[in-house]
Ligand binder design. Structure first.
Ligand code: AMP
Ligand code: MG
Length: 391
């Protein structure tokens, strides 16, 4: 059995890049950028008014000013502002030549002769300087950046309507277990519903990869081998749940070897999911995930998702977030790194939830995230800082 850290290192080192493709801006969210994006203009392109008001000379703030024109957003000023004059200006319009201050409509008063007067106290000039946000040629997004909605806005701003991203990794999903029926069937006798396949498809989609489900293999070598060969043929990565522990019918590791894969580990000191199995082939990676639904879920989050990110070239690392523990925690044995579900209290503490173990998937629906319990630690006091991740 190896440590989680060792297993993680092996998995990360096994990652290989998918190819690149161009996508339109509308399809770019959730993808990993493969080539840098540069700005093709300054932002703002000119000194810009940040408010609706009057553009004038700072020196004139104490005087009644003649209004020489109105400048809506979308129209360039046509007259310079000279001593004793101002231009009525709207938010987002270019500040006219000669003006170095914009006072807000709310701080103005029209005077009898048609002029306008500043009634506030001088402070911020309410002018956004040309290029203060972005300059022409500036790299705005780097390769390996995971594209979020706010990045889409930046791409639109700089005219990057077609961008180069990593191809989505193709991920085949197989469930094993003679007890399984698909979720639309009512289980009879010794059967239960297959929850892992649907869950993994959703996790794969959330990770920005392209999942495909291959069905349930019964606990017989031929059945597993048939689906595994097919999934390997058509995908970069295969996730196969169940059948990796040491029971009489746990045949997945044997089949992995028989189809020519190289096994890199088959036991990890982690909880849930000690029998996590990982093997590779030529530009192929196969994860054997223990079948209990919480094991499958957690192992995807802590191992498979970082692997898929690495394949996509994502450079941003998951941040280390810690929170104070909301209640005392203890466990009998501490030889494994563990993850337990928690909710956030109004006081901002991580409160462990009722959790019966790796079959208790419904415990995760009310969870904000998972607390990491370090190896070797069997007792943590309320208030101590613990590492957490959102799920
Ligand atoms: P295994 O890893 O095959 O020994 O399975 C461990 C436990 O997880 C058993 O109780 C299985 O019935 C259950 N299990 C295995 N695969 C699934 C699945 N796809 N959906 C729900 N439960 C499963
Ligand atoms: Mg099984």
């Amino acid at each position: 059995m190896i440590t989680f850290e060792e297993a993680f290192r092996i998995v990360m080192e096994s990652a290989f890049h998918t190819g690149k493709e161009e996508v339109g801006i509308a399809e770019a969210a959730g993808r990993a950028l493969a080539e840098a994006i540069r700005s093709d203009m300054d932002m703002p392109p000119w000194n810009k008014s940040a408010v609706d008001g009057y553009a004038c000379r700072h020196d004139d703030l104490g005087s009644v000013l003649e209004v020489i024109e109105t400048i809506p957003a979308g129209t360039m000023p046509s007259l310079p502002v000279l001593q004793g004059t101002c231009s009525r200006i709207m938010t987002g319009a270019a500040v006219p030549e000669g003006a170095d201050y914009v006072f807000m409509l709310e701080e103005s008063e029209e005077s009898a002769g048609g002029g306008v007067r500043f009634t506030g106290r001088p402070g911020n000039d309410n002018i956004a300087r040309a290029a203060e946000d972005l300059f022409s040629g500036q790299t705005v997004l780097r390769p390996g950046h995971y594209i979020k909605p706010q990045d889409i806005a930046v791409m639109a701003t700089v005219g990057a309507t077609v961008v180069t991203v990593r191809c989505r990794a193709k991920v085949g999903i197989i469930s094993t277990g003679s007890e399984l029926v698909e979720p639309d069937k009512r289980p009879a006798g010794a059967q239960i519903r297959n929850s892992n396949a649907s869950q993994l498809l959703a996790q794969v989609a959330r990770a920005g990869a392209d999942g495909k489900y291959y069905g349930i293999a019964v606990d017989e070598e031929e059945s597993i081998e048939k689906l595994l060969r097919q999934a390997l043929e058509e995908n970069d990565v295969v996730l196969i749940s169940g059948g990796v522990s040491f029971g009489d019918y746990d045949l997945v590791p044997k089949v992995m070897r028989s189809v020519g894969l190289t096994m890199l580990f088959d036991q990890v000191a982690m909880q849930p999911g000690k029998p996590l199995t990982f093997c590779t082939g030529d530009k192929k990676a196969v994860f054997g995930l223990p079948g209990n639904p919480v094991s499958t879920f957690v192992q995807f989050e802590v191992m498979v998702k970082p692997f898929l990110d690495r394949m996509a070239g994502v450079v941003e690392k998951e941040p280390q977030i810690s929170m104070p523990l909301g209640a005392d925690y203890s466990r009998k044995r501490a030889e494994r790194l563990a993850w337990i579900p928690f909710t956030v209290t109004p006081a901002g503490e991580a409160l462990p939830l009722e959790y019966h173990g790796s079959a208790h998937i419904s415990a995760l629906t009310g969870a904000w995230g998972l607390i990491t319990i370090p190896r070797g630690q069997s007792w943590i006091q309320k208030g101590e800082m613990v590492n957490v991740r959102q799920i």
